[in-house]
Design a protein around this ligand. Structure first.
Ligand code: SF4
Length: 339
């Protein structure tokens, strides 16, 4: 099921610390924190356009919503109530150390249905090195409370942080599966000018892994999360002129998810070739019609990969009987493969 958000950004509201990588003013493009009148205006505009309110949520993002001064938090939630009644509910994002029973009761009464926690990593050394101010145990505790209280639980995770390495990032992905959130957002690190991470990067103290390695790592994470029934609702920071201007390193790409999906197809096609022992020079690959471009890869990356490394020419065709992510291959160019 695909949901859409009416995003209301509260940049850095409630944040007790500034995390090493974060600049919500750049990420959200917003300089000020909204008030009730802004919530009303944003919702009015959105409701004049949306087609399916049942699949729409009002989302307070970009800060630590449950740590926002209570008067302001109540003001924002109250302003959203008339609209929350007419849609799926309210989604918020916050920190794992800003969840307790009392705040969950307040959120429940205010039609909040989904809570996303900025977990980022489940490695305490990585969390400390990036000024998060909470531990992995806080993520697990808050997640348990949110699930037990009946909210949808989302975790936001950030591979490639300062002091992280592929092994610690893999442990984080496995630990996330152990928590069993309903959704994840994967934000590979983007190094922004003016952040502490930016300083560490410019001084040479922080050297992120090469871009292709991050694509492979995130592609692995995606397979793992799918296998564990966790819905992946975002991969990579959203494309924005502000982020593009301020990014000085890391893994910003306007189609990061597509790159990872394509790498996943490369792996699946390679595995099928091995499994079936096909050694022909021409291969037809059958995939879901919506996945043809992913199987082909950006700028035909997968076609070139198999050609250059194995001397194999791929012919990719769409077939409505195939499921997304499913791959079937056959020797030769199967022009008459039923589609
Ligand atoms: S990552 Fe979250 S908690 Fe940290 S500064 Fe940014 S919005 Fe605040």
């Amino acid at each position: 099921m695909k949901y859409s958000n009416i995003a209301i950004f509260v940049p850095h509201a409630g944040c007790p610390y500034r995390c090493s990588f974060c600049d919500q003013h750049t990420i959200t493009g917003m300089q000020t924190i909204p008030r009730a009148a802004d919530v009303t205006r944003i919702c009015e505009e959105a409701f004049s356009r949306i087609r399916d309110p049942g699949q729409t949520e009002i989302a307070f993002f970009g800060g630590s919503f449950t740590a926002v001064p209570r008067g302001l938090m109540t003001e924002l939630l109250d302003a959203a109530q008339p609209y929350a009644e007419r849609c799926r509910g309210i989604r918020i994002s916050t920190r794992p150390d800003c969840i307790d029973g009392e705040i969950l009761s307040v959120l429940r009464r205010s039609r909040v249905t989904s809570i996303e926690l900025g977990a980022q990593s489940l490695d305490d050394a990585v969390l400390a090195a990036n000024d998060r101010g909470h531990t992995a145990a806080d993520v697990i505790r808050a997640s348990d409370m949110i699930r037990q209280a009946g909210f949808e639980l989302g975790l936001q995770v950030m591979p490639g942080l300062y002091k992280a390495d592929p092994a610690s990032d893999r442990r984080t992905a496995e630990a996330v599966c152990g928590i069993r959130p309903d959704t994840v957002r994967i934000y590979p690190v983007v190094i922004l000018q003016g952040t502490r991470l930016g300083e560490l990067y410019c001084s040479g103290e922080y050297q992120p892994a090469p871009f292709p390695e991050m694509v492979q790592l995130v592609a692995e994470w995606m397979e793992l999360y799918r296998a564990n029934g966790i819905r992946i609702i975002k991969v990579g920071l959203h494309a924005s002129e502000f982020v593009q201007e301020q990014a000085i390193g890391g893994y910003y790409h306007p189609a990061f998810r597509e790159l990872c999906e394509s790498y996943g197809y490369r792996c699946r096609i390679g595995a099928e070739l091995d499994r079936l022992g096909i050694a022909d020079r021409e291969i037809t690959v059958r995939v879901h019609p919506g996945c043809v471009s992913k199987a082909v890869g950006q700028k035909k990356a997968n076609i070139r990969y198999f050609q250059e490394n194995f001397g194999v020419t791929l012919h990719v065709c769409g077939d409505a009987h195939m499921l997304p992510m499913q791959v079937e291959i056959a020797a030769g160019e199967q022009k008459n493969w039923q589609t």
